[in-house]
Write a new protein. Structure first.
Lengths: 263, 395
């Protein structure tokens, strides 16, 4: 069994603002972390590994060279291998181009049974990259997996959580799963693994090594969508600020509820 | 070919430092007097707009342009389960009709299932011009592989301009599959939509993982795809139907799949915060799980549903179905009381349409205050016990 787990480095804080006068993005530092949903994707990978013999897990990511940090974290948590796909021609990629790039890396890796992604990232928040990778690989996908029920020789049975119902699905390999939060508590990177993996060399793949080398299919060129404008969110002009002692505040809140006939 | 070109001859150490400082994505690298841009670049073009003149330049060499006049029709994918349409579908028809008025395009619906005539008739009553119905026993349950084949067949035959999907769990799994199949753009969870005279859809959503909105368009690809959360728009009034139902040929649609649905478990209805009329939402200011008991008198008195922000899901205090925000549920209750929530844009976009918004927070600068009808500046640990005292006097 070969598992490829897709992870991403995201900003550690969402404190990004746009200056209302100059229209410039202001980011509060460059602290980064692993996308929290990907911790669950990794944990799901480990749980499948525990249910099978001879399973290897390869963590992959796309990003600048500094994104190797999240791959190291994945190795220290328990991934067997790690590969970064990085090229400045990937800059400005939207969902389609990002998914295509990752699918090309997976084609480069060649042998895989299951691709695992977190449900979404906390920076893009689209939840689209997983299903798009599956489509580019021409394999089925099952989203929002909350439980791995059974791993057989040619299929996996999982429980997924939808808006108003749960589904139990059997899907044949090769396939892609996106993992919902809470599947299991993610483990921490271990010191032992860090010592074991200290000589491991994370592979870096560039455009020149991917099966499709046409730069028009990557980055901004390969992205159908364009950001035309960025702007700060609307503010309410009729907002009422209530200040006072704790008793006054509670009394005002009580009065608002009463005036609106909620109590 | 679109990229940011650096004119190296104009680069000095000071200029490099300035660019490194203004780039919000840390994409500049300066080494041995050579300034380069790494893969972290999002082509936001701030280096051109605000950087030193003549250093960075955006090169967008023209590609072959599509003929936009060949693509007509704003289409809504009608999501159905057990032959009942999801109400987000009707909300999207309302928005599609508004947009279509501006470009004088027809409004279409596409519905896939095994017994869908009633749904198709309902779509007509909401005022669509044509419903394209794909009916077969194979289509009974949603299957992302087979349904993608259906939408692909539909698009190749009818060359529509836009397809809108509900941003439900199903839609968020299905629409990206369609986008990759048709090699086109897809914008997730748009909070506003508009259209340009040439038919370009303007898709507005939070972006860059921050408190920023982005206006996104798809200038040279068709169809244009977007998902929109439930309760973002209003369903139109029903009218006397004038449109037609077209039962489409399904013989040539591939129906093989590697996904087998073994079982579905329906959840008790009351668990859904999307339909709640009154919500009490809690955030990170609650320090311990047991402190949530503080809100019980208020919740009981109001008959409210309790919802929460993402960090509390991460703490494991709530089921993910209780999360408000674009990564959780969109809500539009008559009343929402936000307790100790700082208001990340993902949260705000998920509840800002609520009729009456009251927020309690001890931080005056929190973003949620800016969209609240009443911003109560105080600590939840002070205000709620006092409020509970007042509520108890009513009993």
């Amino acid at each position: 069994m070969r598992i490829v787990t897709c992870i991403k480095q995201v900003p550690a804080s969402s404190k990004v603002d746009v200056d209302p006068i100059t229209g410039v993005l202001i980011r509060d530092g460059f602290n980064v972390k692993m996308n929290p949903y990907d911790l669950y994707a990794l944990e799901a990978s480990f749980s499948i590994k525990n249910k099978t013999n001879n399973c290897t897990i390869q963590a992959i990511t796309m990003g600048p060279i500094s994104a190797k940090e999240v791959l190291e974290e994945a190795l220290y948590m328990g991934s067997d291998e790690a590969t970064l796909v990085s090229d400045r021609r990937f800059a400005g990629a939207d969902v389609l181009a990002t998914s295509y790039t990752l699918s090309q890396l997976i084609r480069h890796i060649k042998e895989y049974d299951i691709v695992i992604c977190g449900k979404q990232t906390t920076d893009g928040d689209t939840a689209q990259v997983g299903p798009e990778i599956a489509e580019f690989l021409n394999i089925p996908h099952v989203p929002y997996v909350v439980e791995v029920l059974e791993v057989t020789d040619n299929s996996i049975i999982v429980r997924s959580s939808f808006d108003e119902h749960d589904e139990v699905t059997e899907v044949l390999y090769p396939c892609l799963l996106t993992i919902e939060k809470g599947i299991q508590v993610p483990r921490l990177p271990s010191y032992n693994r860090k010592t074991q993996m200290k000589d491991y060399d994370i592979k870096t793949i560039t455009l020149a090594q991917l099966p499709d080398k046409n730069p028009d299919h990557y980055g901004l060129n390969g992205s159908p969508t364009r950001v035309e404008e960025i702007f700060p969110p609307n503010k309410r002009t009729d907002s009422i600020l209530v200040e006072g002692t704790r008793t006054e505040l509670a009394e005002t809140l009580f009065k608002i509820l009463k005036d609106n006939k909620y109590v | 070919m679109g990229y940011i070109k650096i004119n190296q001859e104009n680069v000095t150490k000071a200029i490099a430092d300035k660019l490194i400082q203004i780039c919000p994505f840390n994409a500049f690298e300066y080494e041995n007097t050579n300034l380069s841009i790494n893969a972290a670049c999002k082509v936001c073009k701030i280096c051109i707009k605000n950087g030193p003149l003549g250093v960075c330049e955006f090169i967008d060499e023209p590609t072959q342009k599509i003929d936009k006049s060949l693509y007509k029709g704003i289409t809504v994918y009608i999501q159905q389960r057990l032959n009942k349409a999801h109400p987000v579908s009707w909300e999207l028809i309302g928005k599609a009709k508004e947009l279509a008025k501006k470009t004088n395009e027809p409004v279409y619906a596409i519905v896939i299932g095994n017994k869908i005539e009633e749904i198709a008739k309902e779509a007509l009553a909401f005022g669509v011009d044509k419903v394209f119905a794909y009916q077969d026993d194979v289509f009974k349950d949603f299957n992302v592989e087979i349904y993608t084949n259906v939408v692909e067949t539909f698009y190749k035959q009818h060359k529509v301009n836009i397809i809108l999907f509900g941003g439900t769990t199903e839609g968020r799994s299905f629409a990206p599959r369609v986008a990759a199949r048709l090699k086109t753009g897809l914008t997730a969870d748009c909070t506003m939509l508009d259209i340009k005279p040439d038919g370009d859809l303007l898709q507005i959503r939070p972006a860059f993982g921050g408190n920023i909105m982005a206006k996104i368009h798809t200038p040279n690809h068709r169809p244009q795809l977007a998902t929109i959360r439930y309760k973002m728009f209003n369903a139109p009034k029903k009218i006397k139907a004038t449109g037609r139902i077209m039962f489409e040929g399904i013989k040539n649609i591939r129906k093989q799949t590697s996904i087998k649905l073994l079982k579905t478990d329906d959840l008790p209805k009351h668990t859904d915060i999307s339909d709640a009329e009154i919500i009490v939402a809690v955030g990170r200011a609650f320090k311990k799980q047991k402190d949530l008991n503080l809100i019980k008198p208020l919740v009981d008195m109001l008959g409210a549903e309790v919802a929460c922000t993402r960090p509390l899901i991460e703490n494991g205090w709530f089921n993910p179905r209780k999360q408000i925000g674009l990564s959780g549920r969109t809500v539009k209750p008559k009343l929402i009381i936000n307790l100790g929530i700082s208001g990340a844009i993902q949260y705000i976009e998920g509840m800002k349409e609520s009729d009456l918004i009251i927020s309690v927070n001890n931080d005056l600068d929190n973003k949620l205050f800016q969209i609240s009808h009443y911003a109560i500046h105080g600590d939840i640990y002070d205000v709620i016990p006092e409020l509970n005292q007042l509520l108890s006097e009513l009993l």
